[in-house]
Design a protein around this ligand. Structure first.
Ligand code: ZN
Length: 130
């Protein structure tokens, strides 16, 4: 299944755990793996802390410090910083499905990472039974 997401900021992390959980529930799969893929070059996906929102804030601020918008980049579109951050986060994640639930750690959430918003984005979700 595909999810369409409208991002509203230039850079933001959006917790998509509930969407992934819903997709697993609707699939009826009890034991397997869910595969989440982001088909974009300036957005990524990561799993990290969902309890303290300051963690996301700190990640965004630090990524900006290390890869600022203005830098020694050649890419004419002017968004090399976003391409680099997207590659660092990666474009997919996998979570084990057990008893019909995502087997995430207690403090983990799945985040869509926007680095060149605002835009309309897609997320592909595939649930494998087994
Ligand atoms: Zn570009």
């Amino acid at each position: 299944m595909d999810i369409t997401l409208k991002t509203t900021k230039q850079q933001e992390f959006i917790n998509i755990t509930s969407y992934v959980r819903e997709a697993v529930k609707n699939s009826g799969v009890k034991e397997g793996v869910v595969y989440v893929f982001v088909p974009h070059t300036t957005a990524g996906i990561t799993i990290n802390e969902n309890a303290d929102p300051d963690v996301v804030r700190d990640m965004l601020v630090t990524l900006d410090k290390v890869f600022p918008k203005q830098g020694d980049y050649l890419h004419i579109e002017g968004n090399s910083h976003a391409h680099i951050k997207a590659s660092l986060m990666g474009n997919s994640c996998n979570v084990i499905v057990e008893n019909g639930e995502l087997k995430l750690g207690r403090w983990q959430g799945i985040y869509f990472c926007e680095f060149d918003g605002s835009r309309t984005r897609k997320i592909y979700i595939k649930i494998l039974n087994g």
